[in-house]
Ligand binder design. Structure first.
Ligand code: SF4
Ligand code: SF4
Length: 441
């Protein structure tokens, strides 16, 4: 694609980066076929190619964002299916990140949107606040339908509907600690405790730490780590996202320099995509660029890490059929497609892949709150495809997808690591009923 940025515009490194990306796009439109919003809405402006044109026009003319571009960029899930499909290597992720930051700086949203977005940014990344908010949401849940009647209040209704009926107790595994290996030591890793996941399902990191310990891996929960910054990053709140990135880079760098780390383990693929991008996000900060690149290189999804080490013979023989739902951030963001399925098969599960596996379930960070209608359509489509597999349960590697699908799937949905932990000597996941195990008496 030809561009016509001025030399002055290109002196801004963010614009220069976006210009490089734009020039790679050859308008072929292959990406439209796999874009969930284009497939759902059928509007070119809700396709990657359409959004790329809108972003180009906005940046090239150096103008503030307007309602049209905000509408179509807000509808983008950042699922990155377009990047998997694109034959020209267009880095849509960095382009849309830049567009979102530009929107945040130049566009004044309607009052209710501003309040909702500010509330999400102030609550979700902080486990204590998030836990308190879920308690309140439980009380408000019976009234969720009332908010659906006013378009601007639909995000509030969506938030209430997504709130779980019970919040698990705070886990001791979320606090800074060193978990020693329970077999001959063969590695040392840090684990991201994260924010929303540690509140919604602390069992995911408990299972991860239990499994790694039994495999001889020392696991450290470092002092000072927190939310990866993805939630605010996708809202265009660049400074808040970079502050989260710097805090985590500092926490993990201290560990690397003190006792060494083989990997930073991440159990939520949405966070993994962002942490693997810290090197890019902090490339212009001389104090952090190298440290952030080192952290990004160490970041590993738990399935990526497990696939690279020798595993023993499974202890349990669950004999279950699992529909593997590959989160967008796993398959498109991190290009991890093979490892989770192979690990499940090696652990004794029969794995089925739902049709249209490349399409997003509609979760996408806060998307299911801010765009509840499109999100619900994608969720229902995903659930139909999962149900058609006839599997006993669903496995996935992202808490957002679990929350999005759980109520509708009609079968248990668990994080992949819970199944692996079970197969290799850990407890059976609570979500799986006894009657579903083939080995049940
Ligand atoms: S990130 Fe997903 S929703 Fe956004 S343009 Fe690409 S394919 Fe479409
Ligand atoms: S597939 Fe790639 S090159 Fe083709 S229109 Fe989409 S982004 Fe551009």
């Amino acid at each position: 694609m030809q561009t016509s940025f001025t030399a002055a515009q290109l002196s801004d490194p963010h614009v220069a980066e976006s210009e490089k990306i734009l020039r790679k796009c050859v308008h072929c439109g292959f990406c439209t076929a796999t874009c969930p919003t284009y497939v759902t809405l059928g509007n070119e402006l809700d396709s990657p190619r359409g959004r790329i044109y809108l972003i180009k026009d906005m940046l090239e003319n150096g103008r503030p964002a307007d309602e049209e571009i905000v509408t179509h960029i807000d509808r983008c899930l950042s699922c990155l299916a377009c990047m998997t499909t694109c034959p020209s290597g267009v880095n849509y992720m960095h382009l849309v990140d830049h567009a979102r930051a530009h929107i945040e700086k130049t566009y004044r949203r309607p009052l209710l949107q501003r309040v909702t977005r500010a509330a999400l940014a102030m609550v979700l990344p902080y486990p204590g606040r998030f836990r308190a908010a879920l308690g309140l949401a439980r009380l408000g849940r019976p009234f969720a339908g009332l908010f659906d009647r006013v378009a601007a209040l639909q995000p509030v209704g969506a938030m209430l509907k997504l709130a779980p009926s019970a919040v698990p107790a705070k886990s001791a595994f979320s606090s800074p600690a060193v978990h020693p290996p329970k077999a001959e030591k063969r590695g040392r890793v840090a684990i991201l405790t994260g924010c929303a996941q540690s509140v919604l399902d602390p069992g995911i990191n408990e299972a991860t730490i239990g499994l790694l310990s039994r495999l001889g891996i020392e696991v450290v929960v470092p002092e000072g780590e927190g939310c990866c910054g993805a939630l605010v990053h996708h809202m265009g709140r660049e400074e808040a996202a970079l502050a989260s990135a710097r805090r985590n880079v500092d926490a993990w760098t201290r560990e690397i320099e003190r006792n060494g780390l083989d990997a930073v383990i991440i159990t939520a693929s949405g966070c993994g995509t962002t942490i693997k991008d810290y090197g890019f996000m902090l490339r212009l900060d001389p104090a952090y660029a190298d440290k952030a690149a080192r952290v990004s290189a160490l970041a590993k999804d738990i399935t990526e890490y497990l696939a690279a080490i020798d595993l023993p013979t499974p202890v349990a023989q669950p004999g279950l059929t699992v529909a593997y739902h590959s989160a967008c951030s796993m398959q498109h963001g991190q290009k991890i497609t093979r490892q989770p399925k192979e690990l499940l098969q090696k652990a004794g599960f029969t794995v089925k892949e739902p049709r249209e596996g490349h399409l997003c379930c509609g979760s996408a960070g806060t998307y299911n709150i801010m765009q509840p209608e499109i999100s619900a359509r994608l969720r229902d489509r995903k659930v139909r495809n999962i149900a058609a597999t006839g599997a006993d349960l669903v496995a996935t590697g992202n808490i957002g997808c679990i929350t999005q699908i759980a109520d509708r799937a009609g079968m248990p949905i668990v994080h992949t690591v819970l199944l692996l932990d079970w197969a290799y000597g850990g407890p059976k996941p609570e979500a799986i009923g006894r009657e579903r195990t083939a080995s049940s008496p």
